[in-house]
Design a protein around this ligand. Structure first.
Ligand code: GAR
Length: 187
């Protein structure tokens, strides 16, 4: 199973996928890692691991539709079986979803449909939920919407900050993402 992974930032979940592949625990080929901005740690990690990388810089495209088309053609060139949004903080266009129907996988640090968006951890904490978690789902053209594949709960502690809670969620998220990718690869 060939995957292209899209990142916007740290890429720590991506690193867990890279490590699982390298350890022989995940029967997946990471064809390339792409980002929507230059200089992200996610791209640096990938290059350090010897993976192909590409950047489709959002700022290089005055018209949103042109960025959409450039992203689609950059990803499609690798002919992936699945595309994984791992902390990719952009909503893709309908054309992108249609190019990879049921094959665009996103992870989110909350129990969807609760707390979608860029601040899922902060919003859950602010609401005062006692249990949150993470979701891996097939993404559509909405904000963290689309059929849920798997979820894992994470308890919120009284002393949690956004950072401590997000770090615990990411531990669960990495395990869940690797399990889902393994299941897809073996299906
Ligand atoms: C992850 O928690 C991921 O779920 C989240 O960004 C983080 C990326 O961490 N994505 C979203 O919030 C999407 N709405 P990482 O860059 O360290 O892997």
């Amino acid at each position: 199973m060939r995957i292209v992974v899209l990142v916007s930032g740290t890429g720590s979940n991506l690193q867990a996928v890279i490590d699982a592949v390298a350890a022989g625990d995940l029967p997946v080929e990471i064809a390339a890692v792409g980002a929507d901005r230059p200089g992200t740690p996610g791209i640096e990690r990938s290059a350090a691991a010897g993976l192909e990388t590409f950047v489709v810089d959002f700022k290089d495209f005055p018209a949103r539709a042109d960025w959409d088309a450039a992203l689609l053609s950059a990803v499609a060139a690798y002919e992936p079986d699945y595309v994984v949004s791992s902390g990719f903080m952009r909503i893709v266009a309908a054309d992108f979803i249609n190019a990879f129907p049921g094959r665009y996988v996103n992870t989110h640090p909350a129990l969807l449909p609760s707390f979608p968006g860029a601040h899922g951890v902060r919003d859950a904490l602010a609401y005062g939920v006692k249990v949150t978690g993470c979701t891996v789902h097939f993404a559509d053209a909405g904000v963290d919407t689309g059929p849920i594949i798997a979820q894992a709960p994470v308890a919120v502690l009284d002393e949690d900050t956004e950072a401590t809670l997000h770090e615990r969620i990411k531990v669960a998220e990495r395990e869940l993402l690797i399990k889902v990718l393994g299941d897809l690869a073996r299906a």
